[in-house]
Design a protein around this ligand. Structure first.
Ligand code: FNR
Length: 368
């Protein structure tokens, strides 16, 4: 269908499913094992209800924010999704260009199809970018990569901590990994297994020995903000806080890692409660992000009301560029803008700081 017939982020998924080669669709849409977590990521948002306030003069509303010190036109960032060229010849550059034009922040994946420098070269001067890091078994490779990113102006490092080994995504595994799939495989990659699906074929360099003991080393090689991507429990949230990091992403990797792990939204209340034992919330020096299943501004507004600093979207933007390239991503931003404007008005909040915990009823979040 023509792009102007797309009216929400779900529509991009339906188009992507229809137009993508089966291997690309399998890699993008798959999740681990029985795909229970991916389903619950969406379902959890439907168990939180709004408590809208009235008569608050919502003539003008503003949904812009700051994420890790960087201006963002939306309280949403583009989360890292690997192998963009499986979906579109321009790969990740679709996201970079759309993000630059609309003031949105992109998290660049370690396993991007385009090289890191190609992506940086496609960005506007001063365009804020984050980097997602898979840590290489060869730490010298990781050190060079991180320091190069910092030199090129990347603002924050999101270390993925929920993937010491990639999950079994069976839809993807049934498709053999043939050819290079547009992958710029990391240096140090050995023994690429061709018969385990795309994900497993590209990920053998990831170091499963990564531990809390490595955090001081990361701090010593970069001054970028360091955020752990893939935290699920208050115990680990407090360890990250006490380690002096700048934030965490409550994420289950879009349901692609440990199946039947809880959704980020469900983990948010106990984690915010735990962090409040360390001081007032929100805390300007520590951010809590969530991702997983976010497709609507209402999803984002619920997470923000419950204490999240901003929200990541993976597949929503991935399907937008897989279907329509850069224009699709721009359209997805426009859809979100319109949804934020209307829903902030209907909720009775003029800006994001007026979103408070009493504007949602999350009492049913765990009752299902
Ligand atoms: C991902 N995600 C991911 N995360 C990461 O840290 N490194 C990576 O290389 C990838 N690659 C990747 C590929 C694909 C195809 C998907 C769908 C996801 C996870 C991603 O950053 C994010 O956590 C989820 O996508 C969020 O869930 P939604 O928005 O896709 O529902």
């Amino acid at each position: 269908p023509p792009l102007d017939e797309i009216i929400n982020l779900h529509d991009f998924e339906a188009v992507a499913k229809a137009v993508l080669p089966p291997k690309a669709w399998a890699y993008y849409s798959s999740a681990s094992d029985d795909e229970i977590t991916i389903r619950e990521n969406r379902a959890a948002f439907q168990r939180v209800w709004f408590r809208p306030r009235i008569l608050r003069d919502v003539t003008s509303v503003d949904w812009s924010t700051t994420i890790l010190g960087q201006k963002s036109s939306l309280p949403v960032y583009i989360s890292a999704t690997a192998l963009g060229k499986l979906g579109h010849p321009d790969g990740e550059l679709n996201l970079t260009r759309a993000a630059g034009k609309h003031g949105v922040i992109q998290m660049i994946p370690t396993l991007a199809s385009c090289s890191f420098d190609e992506i940086l070269d496609a960005a506007l001067p001063g365009q804020p970018l984050f980097l997602q890091l898979y840590v290489n078994r060869d730490r010298e490779i990781t050190k060079k990569y991180v320091q190069h990113a910092e030199k090129r102006g990347v603002k924050a490092l999101f270390i993925t901590v929920d993937a010491p080994q990639l999950g079994r995504r069976e839809k993807d595994m049934r498709m053999k990994f043939v050819g290079d799939a547009g992958a710029k495989v990391q240096e140090g990659q050995k023994d690429i297994k061709q018969d385990q699906g795309v994900a497993r074929a590209i990920s053998s360099f990831i170091d499963p020995s990564l531990s809390w003991k490595d955090i001081p080393w990361f701090r010593s090689i970069t001054n970028m903000h360091i955020i752990l991507k893939g935290v699920s429990t208050p115990e680990d949230a407090l360890l990250a806080y006490d380690a002096g990091l700048q934030g965490i992403v409550l994420s289950n990797h879009g349901g692609r890692q440990l199946d039947t792990a809880r959704s980020g939204l469900e983990n948010l209340p106990p984690i915010i409660a735990a962090l409040k034992t360390r001081g007032p919330w929100p805390n300007p020096n520590f951010s809590v992000f969530i991702d997983g299943g976010v497709r609507r501004a209402t999803d984002v507004l619920k997470a923000l009301a419950m204490g999240a600093s901003a929200v990541g979207i993976g597949r929503g933007f991935l399907y937008a560029f897989a279907s329509y390239g850069q224009e699709g991503v721009e359209k997805s931003f426009q859809i979100l803008r319109e949804e934020f404007e209307m829903n902030l008005r209907l909720l009775g909040a003029r800006n994001l700081s007026e979103l408070t915990p009493d504007m949602v009823d999350a009492s049913g979040l765990h009752q299902h």
